[in-house]
Design a protein around this ligand. Structure first.
Ligand code: ATP
Length: 351
């Protein structure tokens, strides 16, 4: 039995079902992300765990206890929202103390815990400030401290970084993850940002149209996507059509060139996926399949140059590192690219 068990969870709003047969077992101390596009049901699922929505069917258990009928404040859960939701008329210290005060904690305990929490989020001197006197990143840290002050069993975060600017988002990712690890608190994190999910999570649940398409480690989700949707949603992806010549060995004709995937394939046409970083400009060790063609797009981004080339009727996007010694290829230039057939993902039948 895992620490947090969600079984066969369903949610309908009127006639519309927005969460379908959602099951997930989360271990104690695990950091799980719900990742998916807008409207896929991730917030609704999180809100059912928090107690803000009632499931149409299914069970949610924490530490062996069915919590579906408990009110949010009886669930021993801490929650952080996208909009910081701090009490504007309370100081930082009073915000962090809020849950403890409601729970009737002693003044001494509250004082010690608030100091500990503010230390933990790196804002030990800001107890007397009001939310409007803080930056967005600071407000979100305080919201985290407020959620954790009551020592909940589970921490839920709903897109906590999406209102912040890019640099702060990246540094807060690492901070949230470090605090979560230090406390060993079981966490569910909702995001539509694949990089956030990949960089922070022990496991990711990729959601699509109210269902969990795949549950796996970031490595599994990125390298062995279970569905066409997961392959396309997480990471950049080239898709190419190929004709299977020998289903047994996975020999295919791809952009006019033969390649052997070393995997059984269905007969006929298949759609294959290839990450841009699995394609090299020119020859590369271990990348035995060589395709020739012409550059159709060059995007100079500084550290990397993003290229698109037309190769035997297929267009592949790929990156090459900038070197000051060599000018980037130009549109129309003839190039060869290399790839390893084993890096090709089988995405499904032709689109
Ligand atoms: P977002 O990131 O945009 O919030 P999401 O993946 O979190 O997307 P949800 O907010 O869970 O998606 O919404 C899933 C679906 O349920 C959407 O189609 C949404 O319009 C619908 N929905 C959510 N809450 C309600 C509600 N209270 N009444 C009716 N429909 C709702």
């Amino acid at each position: 039995m895992s620490f947090l068990n969600i079984s066969n969870l369903e949610k309908s709003f009127g006639p519309t079902r927005v969460v379908h047969d959602f099951s997930l077992a989360v271990e104690q101390g695990e950091f799980i992300s719900f990742l998916g596009p807008s409207g896929c049901g991730k917030t609704t699922t999180l809100r059912m765990v928090a107690g803000f929505e009632t499931p149409t069917a299914g069970r949610i258990e924490i530490d062996g206890r069915d919590i579906v009928r408990l009110r949010p404040n009886q669930r021993n859960i801490g929650m952080v929202f996208q909009s910081y939701a701090l009490f504007p008329n309370l100081t930082v210290g009073q915000n962090v103390a809020f849950g403890l005060k409601v729970a009737g904690a002693s003044r001494a305990l509250i004082r010690a815990r608030v100091a500990e929490m503010l230390e933990m989020i790196g804002l030990p001197d800001l107890a007397g400030r009001y939310p409007f006197q803080l930056s967005g990143g600071q407000q979100q840290r305080v919201a985290l401290a407020r959620a954790l002050a009551v020592r909940p069993q589970v921490l839920l975060l709903d897109e906590p970084l999406s209102a912040l600017d890019a640099k702060i988002r990246v540094s807060l990712r690492a901070e949230i993850r470090a605090i979560q690890k230090k406390l060993g608190i079981t966490t569910i994190y909702v995001t539509h940002d694949q990089e956030e999910a990949l960089s922070m999570s022990d496991r990711i649940v990729v959601m699509h149209q109210g269902r969990a398409d795949q549950v796996g480690t970031p490595f599994q989700i990125y390298n062995t996507p279970a569905t066409r949707f997961v392959a396309g949603f997480v990471g950049a992806l080239n898709t190419v059509q190929a004709e299977v010549i020998d289903p047994g060995t996975g020999r295919v004709l791809l952009a006019g060139t033969e390649a052997v995937l070393d995997r059984a394939l269905p007969a006929g046409q298949v759609t294959l996926g290839l990450r841009p970083e699995m394609v090299s400009l020119g020859p590369a060790p271990g990348r035995e399949t060589v395709l020739r063609g012409r550059v159709v797009e060059v995007d100079f981004l500084g550290a990397v140059i993003r290229l698109k080339a037309e190769l035997g009727g297929e267009v592949l996007a790929f990156d090459t590192f900038n070197t000051s010694q060599k000018a980037p290829p130009r549109v129309g230039e003839e190039v060869s690219v290399s790839l390893a057939a084993r890096d090709l993902l089988v995405i499904g039948p032709p689109a």
